[in-house]
Design a protein around this ligand. Sequence first.
Ligand SMILES: Cc1cc2nc3c(=O)[nH]c(=O)nc-3n(C[C@H](O)[C@H](O)[C@H](O)COP(=O)(O)O)c2cc1C
Length: 227
Amino acid sequence: MEHAKTNSRRPWVVGVSGASGTPYAASVLRALIAAGEAVDLVVSRASRLTLLDETGIAFRDAHWRGDLAQWLARGADGKPDTFADVELSGVRYWPAGDLAAGPSSGSYPVKGMIVVPASTACVAGVALGLSKDLLQRAASVTLKERRRLVVAVRETPLSGQTLKHLVTLDEAGAVVLPASPAFYAGATHIQDLVDFVAGRVLDAAGVPHELYRRWAGDLGGGSRDED
Ligand SMILES: Cc1cc2nc3c(=O)[nH]c(=O)nc-3n(C[C@H](O)[C@H](O)[C@H](O)COP(=O)(O)O)c2cc1C
C-alpha cells in the first residue's frame, strides 16, 4: 500500500482585505519571512484599491512576485527602497477568486491565519460564514479547524453591527486585534507605529520578532527626551 505523502511545509495564511492599513500587512509579511515562516498570501479584490491608494502599486495576480517585492520594499512613509531584497522564496500566492486553492480546505496543512488589515466587510463575512472569496473561506476554515486566527480589524468608529460580529469572532476562538498603535514604545516614525501593531499581531500568532520595544515596567521609558 502506498504511504500517505508527507509535506513538511506548514505556512501561515496571510489575508489582506480592503481596509486602510496596507503598511501593517507589509510589516507582518516581512516579519514572518524574517522569522523563517512560510507564507500563503491572499489579497482581496478590494485591497488592490487600498494598496493602489496607499502605495501606488497596482497588484496583479500574474505579476504577484514583482508587485509583492515592490510593496514589501516600501516603508510606511512611502519611501520605495526602505526594505530591499526581502526573500520571497517561502511565499506562495493564491488568487482571491480561487476557491479551489489549498487554504480553502481544512486538510491543507497550515499553522493558522492572520487577516491584516481586516475590513468590517471581511469581519462580517467571516462572522456569518459567507466565504464570498478565498480569504473569507480560509478564515472560516481556520475557525472550524480550531486553528489560530488573528483578525487585525481597522475601522473607526465601529458600528454596533461590527461590534457584534467581532464578539462572534472572539467567541469562535479568534484573536480580535484592533490596528491600534500604542505610544509607550518610543515611536519616532510612522514605521515604528506600524511595526508596533504588526508586532502585536505576531505576538498573538506566537511568532518571535523584534518589531517593537516591549514594556519593561519603567514609566517614562517611551519618552523621546533621553534620545
Ligand atoms: C481607500 C479605501 C479605504 C478603505 N478603508 C477601509 C477601512 O479602513 N476599514 C474598512 O472596514 N473598510 C474600508 N474600505 C472599504 C472596503 O474596502 C470595502 O468594504 C470592501 O468591500 C472590503 O472588501 P474585502 O473585505 O473583500 O476586502 C476602504 C475602501 C477604500 C477604497
